[in-house]
Every structure is written in structure tokens, then in C-alpha cells.
Design a protein around this ligand. Structure first.
Ligand SMILES: [Zn+2]
Length: 122
């Protein structure tokens, strides 16, 4: 329900986000939508953050949240389930996207990809 409200507030221009978190306990076969970060949790343990690359390349990104692995990321969510990821995401494949996610919003790094790269047809 909170997600519906968040989307409504976004339409009204009162809330900004590119991503909201959806929690589930198993690794997703496919992301539900390109505005979702799937947070895979097992019990109280955060395992993965999975989402589609916001650069428009459609690349699927899976970030390990396991503290025993390297590299690893931390994810925080706020009241609206907007994710903040730390450190930044730097794709090593040909898309080369490099960005931060803070409070659900994508911030592109210099040379990460310009906004014009986002070819979302909406
Ligand atoms: Zn990309």
C-alpha cells in the first residue's frame, strides 16, 4: 500500500525516486519492473540486491550484500522503501554504467553515462 502512495506522491511531484525496494526471500528470475530493486533476504540476512541497469541497456545487475564476500554493497531503505546503495555501482561489461543510488534516485558518475543515454520510452 505504501508503494501505491509513494507512486501517487511521485506523480504529484512530492516524492522523487527511480527505484523502490521489494523484499523477497529468493533470487528473482526476472525483475518485476525496471523501477524495482529486489532485495533478497533470508531471515534477517540480506543477500542480494537485483535490478535492471538504469542506463537503458537492460543489463541485469545483482549486487552481493553478503559481508563475507568482496565486492559487496550495503543497502539502506528509508520510510518509502527507497534504496540507497553504497558504494557506487560500476558495471564491468560493455555498458560501463557507473552511478550511485541514493534515496531511490540514480546519480550518474562523470563518464558513467549521460542522462541522454536513458532511452526510456515513457
Ligand atoms: Zn548500463
Amino acid at each position: 500500500m505504501k508503494k501505491l502512495l509513494a507512486n501517487l506522491l511521485r506523480q504529484l511531484g512530492m516524492l522523487r525516486f527511480d527505484f523502490l525496494v521489494t523484499k523477497q526471500d529468493s533470487f528473482p528470475q526476472t525483475p518485476e519492473s525496471d523501477e524495482e530493486v529486489i532485495l533478497v533476504e533470508s531471515g534477517a540476512i540480506q543477500k542480494w540486491a537485483c535490478f535492471s541497469c538504469p542506463g537503458g541497456c537492460g543489463e541485469r545487475i545483482s549486487l552481493s550484500l553478503n559481508p563475507d564476500r568482496r565486492p559487496r554493497w550495503r543497502i539502506e531503505t528509508d520510510f518509502w522503501q527507497r534504496p540507497s546503495l553504497h558504494p557506487s555501482v560500476h558495471q564491468q561489461n560493455e555498458c560501463g554504467c557507473h552511478f550511485w543510488v541514493k534515496k531511490g534516485q540514480v546519480y550518474w558518475c562523470k563518464d558513467g553515462q549521460p542522462e541522454t543515454h536513458i532511452g526510456k520510452a515513457k
